[in-house]
Design a protein around this ligand. Sequence first.
Ligand SMILES: Cc1ncc(COP(=O)(O)O)c(C=O)c1O
Length: 418
Amino acid sequence: MTKGEAQRRRWTFCEAVNNRSAGIPGLVGQIKECGPFAGGAAERARNIPPFIVMDVLERAQALEREGRHIIHLEVGEPDFPTPECICEAAEKAIREGHTHYTHSLGLIELREGICQHYFEKYGVRLSPDRIIITSGTSPALFMIFAALLDTNDEIILSDPHYPCYPNFADFLKAIPVSVNVHEEDGFQFEVHAIERKLSPNTKAILINSPANPTGTLLSPERMSQLAEMKPYLVSDEIYHGLVYEEKEHSILEFTERAFVLNGFSKAYAMTGWRLGYIIAPLEFVRPLQKIQQNFFISAGSVSQWAGLAALSKAGADVERMRSIYNQRRKYVISRLKGLGFHLKTEPAGAFYVFINVKHLSRDSYALAFEILEKAGVGVSPGIDFGDNGEGYIRISYANSLENIKEGLDRIEAFLKNR
Ligand SMILES: Cc1ncc(COP(=O)(O)O)c(C=O)c1O
């Protein structure tokens, strides 16, 4: 797909979603501004698509304001509070006056803590000089793309994928190139399929294991095959620590020619602290540092001290949360099977199940809203994660077992009456 074709597809997609969301009470025409003919905002701001899952969430909130009780299985955010030892470290940092800008690369103590973590967990030796602390994994992603991708450079993404990936690339005038992954193959990148999409402009391949939305892991064999390829690898390791079967691997076990982005939002239940980091090849650190200085100055100081406590003291808390997620995962899988859904591949990490609903509908956006309106359960439409996600819905088990049970009971009743 050329850049023009890709852009037209996005506009059409925005318009289609917009036309449909216009009929949904409670949604305030969030993406009216999409497309070439829209008002005064800059082109890049007009063209960036919204998260469709936010449409579901906002409609769910409108229903809640009307007094309906909604079960939220659409949101990808831990339901646990941040562990106590992390909050205590943050309080201490505030009391001790650590409330100023830090070094633009981040606190050396935290950067050393991350090196130690990567050594203990993956046997990878790193220098803190290769680490840049960021205000979340999202800025880390933006900074890597900005440092790596020139106009018209291509970056290969799986489809389905986390929705922001292609949007960041588009925003920077680079070209996201999709490679479909399939449930029969564990939603894994197939090396020959990638090879067919390589061009002289391919600059990077992005991997995300465990993956959002599928919850599957990329096998070490395939990671090592990808590491042999010419483009840089960008590895989003944000769901590391939330793995229930198999074992997660860092791309740095296979190659140094890679960028890791990671953060504290998921495994440590710290979404609101906005803390993440980049591990980059040394020659990219100075360019990334300049981007950080200009755009963000530094990550939040209090959050950085909290992050250090997370790495050094919160191991038992992460294990407790992981084991609860795992109970929920097993419950969801067995209930879904009982409801007649065929999971050709079972999720082994993160907190999502990507469910094939093609026997119910080929329009996941409409189905998600039907489930919300009729059953009072929020789910994410698969189309949010790419064209190849159409015909699926994603449910998140980052919610209590009691709520998950109630949500699935409601879906069961909805299916019986449909
Ligand atoms: C795959 C993936 N990467 C990155 C992020 C962004 O996380 P953060 O809260 O660290 O910005 C998310 C959030 O849902 C995600 O699912």
